[in-house]
Design a binder for this molecule. Structure first.
Ligand code: ZN
Ligand code: ZN
Length: 226
């Protein structure tokens, strides 16, 4: 098997999914994204009512993780709706979506079969996809530069551990991102990144000029939405 992590393949996929699904604000929402991509998400509590429908012991597979993917008869992600850690569940859902979007089930059916131990390279690629979808390098760069105090795990819906991994992989991931891809990503998030709200007149606007005044009433220093 090729080493899928080579060449930053996961970054191109994450960028394409962000674009295709029109993700434009943080934190990214896996439920809305799956709906737009036509991938079913099923809460475990619901699926437990249909034991015959499930090809293997889902509850057992979900003991160690928050979400698993069924690839037959149709792609469907089952998640632990009793999971109380929202960040953990969000990451697990994007990880599973990564397996589907990057065609791991189609290209590596044996490695992905439910009775095999997970393939470390494919798992790492799904994790890297999730990180680059939830915290794309150019978006993180802009936020860290312009709004450094906002650049923290909670803004991206990441756990502290995942945020540390995001920061550790920034430089290596950045090497896979060309100017065109960076522009595509920043264009998607432009309203989010440049959004301001004037406390004097209550209007919201995108501050392209960055001249620190409200274009409607002229009041100074409108608040950044971010
Ligand atoms: Zn996985
Ligand atoms: Zn104003």
């Amino acid at each position: 098997m090729d080493a899928p992590l080579q060449g930053g393949r996961y970054i191109r996929y994450a960028c394409a999914v962000l674009t295709d699904c029109g993700v434009c604000s943080l934190p990214a929402d896996p439920v809305g994204l799956a709906a737009r991509a036509g991938i079913m998400l099923l809460p475990l509590s619901q699926i437990e009512n249909y034991p015959l429908w499930v090809p293997y012991d889902i509850a057992d597979s979900l003991r160690m993780t928050s979400a698993v993917t069924l690839s037959y008869p149709t792609f469907c992600i089952v998640f632990r709706d009793m999971e109380t850690d929202a960040d953990r569940l969000r990451f697990a859902l994007f990880h599973e979506l990564g397996h589907i979007f990057m065609n791991h089930y189609r290209d590596f059916p044996e490695a992905m079969s439910s009775n095999r131990t997970a393939d470390p390279a494919l798992e790492a690629e799904a994790d890297a996809f999730a990180l680059n979808l939830m915290a794309p390098v150019p978006v993180v760069d802009v936020i860290r530069y312009n709004r450094p105090r906002q650049a923290k795990a909670s803004l991206f819906g990441l756990s502290r551990t995942a945020w540390m991994r995001r920061l550790d992989s920034m430089d290596s991931d950045r090497s896979f991102i060309d100017e065109e891809m960076a522009n595509i990503l920043l264009f998607l998030f432009r309203d989010y990144l440049l959004g301001r709200r004037c406390s004097a007149c209550g209007k919201s606007f995108r501050d392209e000029q960055q001249n620190d005044t409200c274009p409607y009433c002229g009041a100074s220093s409108p608040e950044w939405t971010l």
